[in-house]
Design a protein around this ligand. Structure first.
Ligand SMILES: [Mg+2]
Length: 455
């Protein structure tokens, strides 16, 4: 997995050094020598990750970061602040303006690669979801185009067999407005799912359990995979911490744990998970909106064509025949003219309901448009399809339809044409044309009936 990295530093030697290290690991590197150049480079190259020097003449790193995070087009790009000062105040300031992480100069190779790996993995998930959302947007599915994440309290679980230490960390988290449970309070790891934990704070300082093993276990397990892991490590033990990040932990904080840094890192993790969660919801909702007819809840024309295409392929490759029933409500225009469009909508919804209840689970019931419906019947030869269509026609005609919210009842009927796939050269157009011709015959023959065109 690789990524495009923008390196911003006012000193050329620093830029070249980072470039060499990153290119050795097959990252693609773009360079910028000041804040303004960095903003231009972001716009032009759309990097996946930004390594941003703090101290620069003119616009400093904090300001660059603040601007990037304020712009919806660039807010999602992870920023790692690179600072010469290893001062807590300094780190916090970076995290406060929205940076995802920081590295101190001289940049430690191991820390650099571990951070880059973790951010690249996060990016892969986020960008996949963003692309899927964008394709939904292009299809006119969703009209809201940006995801904004609000900070909310997180639920954390603190695992440290040093009870005093665990309680101290839980207290820091609670002071920051979060909910925190320690392993001792929960009486074991089993309650983790029921607690609805967002973030696991896992100490690597224990000899009594193997933190890396736990980390791997959590990331392999479907039920716990989505929980972010924040490791607590001794600074002398950064090699092992790096392996933890490789195994899927999201972040590391080194001892002694500083309260401000802990809260800032928790906030970043919580934001990231919420961002992913919101993108997921968007994508799911977008997919649903793109195939469902909003009035009736049936599948729309797009989905209908897509399903026909797939079923026809399968049928041609030696599968069983596919039949379709094309139906049209009789005299629907006069329903609208006489009772109004709201009543017309009630009729459409009730027809949809009767179609659904009277078709099989495997059938695909669609409303391609207007008062027109289609039931796709997989693995159904013509004779069976005609019988099914007749059953549906009867279900519609059998009892009156309620309109005006139940205040009035009217009789509704429909006419239908049935056709069945006819040999390997048959196309969707052929199939629907035959159904349409049969439907026309049903209308001409007096309506409220089913006709079919013999294959
Ligand atoms: Mg500098």
């Amino acid at each position: 997995m690789t990524a495009r990295v923008l390196v911003v530093d006012d000193i050329e030697a620093n830029r070249r050094l980072l470039q060499a290290k990153l290119e050795a690991q097959y990252y693609t590197v773009i360079l910028a020598e000041n804040g303004i150049a960095a903003l231009h480079a972001v716009e032009k190259h759309e990097p996946d990750i930004i390594l941003l020097d703090v101290m620069m003449p003119g616009m400093d790193g904090y300001e660059v970061c603040r601007r990037l995070k304020a712009d919806p087009a660039t807010a999602h790009i992870p920023v790692v602040m690179v600072t010469a000062l290893n001062d807590v105040e300094d780190r916090i300031r970076g995290l406060d303006v929205g940076a995802e992480d920081f590295l101190t100069k001289p940049v430690d190779d191991f820390a650099l690669m571990a951070r880059m790996g973790a951010l690249t993995r996060y990016n892969a998930v986020a960008s996949e979801l963003r692309q899927r959302q964008a394709s939904g947007l292009r299809a006119g599915v969703d009209n809201s185009d940006s995801v904004s994440v609000q900070d909310k309290p997180a639920r954390l679980f603190v695992v440290d067999d040093n009870q005093r230490m665990a309680t101290r960390i839980a207290d820091m988290l609670k002071a920051g407005g979060h909910s925190a449970f320690t392993l001792h309070e929960a009486g074991g790891m089993t309650g983790l799912n029921e607690l609805g934990v967002d973030i696991l704070v896992l100490s690597m300082l224990s000899d009594r359990y193997d933190a890396l093993k736990l980390c791997a276990h959590f990331k392999m397990n479907e039920a716990t995979r989505a929980i972010s892991i924040l490791l607590i490590s001794d600074p002398e033990d950064r090699q092992r911490a790096g392996r933890g990040l490789d195994l899927g932990a999201s972040d590391v904080i080194f001892t002694p744990v500083d309260k401000q840094e802990l809260l800032a890192r928790v906030r970043t993790q919580a934001r990231r998970s919420r961002y992913i969660e919101m993108l997921r919801e968007r994508v799911d909702r977008g997919l649903e909106l793109s195939v469902i007819d909003q009035l009736t809840g049936l599948y729309n024309r797009r989905y209908m064509n897509n399903q026909l295409e797939q079923l026809l392929q399968r049928s041609k490759m030696g599968g069983r025949p596919v039949s379709v029933m094309m139906a049209d409500i009789d005299h629907f225009k006069s329903v609208n003219d006489t009772y109004g469009h709201d009543a017309g909508d009630e009729v459409l919804q009730e027809v949809a309901k009767r179609l659904k209840t009277n078709s099989r689970v495997m059938d695909v019931v669609c409303r391609p448009g207007g008062e027109e419906f289609m039931v796709i019947m997989p693995e159904t030869p013509g004779g069976l399809a005609c019988a099914a269509a007749e059953r549906i026609r009867l279900a519609v005609a059998a009892s009156p339809f309620k309109i005006y919210g139940g205040a009035k009842e009217i009789t509704i009927t429909l006419s239908a044409g049935v056709s069945t796939v006819n040999g390997p050269s048959d196309t969707i157009a052929d199939l629907t044309k035959r159904a349409d011709t049969a439907l026309y015959q049903a209308k001409s023959a007096g309506r409220n009936r089913v006709e079919s065109i013999a294959a």
